[in-house]
Design a protein around this ligand. Sequence first.
Ligand code: DON
Length: 304
Amino acid sequence: MNYKDLFAEIAVQAAQIENLGEVAAYIPELQRVDPLKFGIHLTTLENENFGVGDYQEKFSIQSIAKVLSLTLAFDLEDDKLWRRVDVEPSGTPFNSLVQLEYEKGIPRNPLINAGALVICDILVSRLKNPKREFIEFVRKIAGNQAINYCQRTADSEKSTGYKNAALINLMKSYGNIHNDIDVVLDFYFHLCSIEMSCQELSQHFLFLAAGGINPLNNEKVISASKSKRINAIMQLCGFYDEAGEFSFRVGLPGKSGVGGGIVAIHPGQYSVAVWSPKLNQKGNSYKGMKILEFFTTRSESSIF
Ligand code: DON
């Protein structure tokens, strides 16, 4: 595939797609972003790199970080993990409370907020200094020391995080949160506040395209079997109640965040990240999804 020509086409296409949707407002800090920002970056297993637009600018990766917390927790817990969180698509919004009561505090999957909070609880139990050890784990994946939490975003989310507080309290009542609620929430808000650029994201997530080893620095992040399973979870759960639509239109395992970022993986080929802050009604980047659909259609590189 001639990605260079395709990325020139993407630049034209991105300017033509209407910038519909709304920037996330329920986390006040996220509203400060320029809604016209747009970037995309592709990294292949051979370390070819292609970018368009604001691909070097850092933004709040939000729920994309849930894939990294899942990766560390799965590595530490092995299959014990699945006693506390399931691997089924939810078909409900990312912050929904409704299934949790029916299912007695066991979240549908680790990528909805409830599931990510359970993963955070597990990491708080397993790590001595969760925030420090987690960011060190993230930095090591791609040998990138420039990755950090954004304290302003974490504080901002804490000031309005009522739904997450409700979710964690409900799960605590069912015995599926073992640590102090405020400690787990604080870790979760920090996790979501991590900032990366599209370039950093695509280079970072390459380990999931390469059987758990980042080919850029030979860092073994996770086993091949676990890497395969994380991709499977992203395919079915990465876009909440829009996972079917993303699968249908883009055809790759992927994960979105309310900062407007999306990362998608083609196992054996590449990792691609896109950023456009305006979100559709399901909380996923409007233009980001359109551009990824254009990208996999023109490159004929959906996994199906
Ligand atoms: O917990 C929240 O609501 C945010 N920190 C993360 C949500 C998110 O990114 C959903 N993804 N599209």
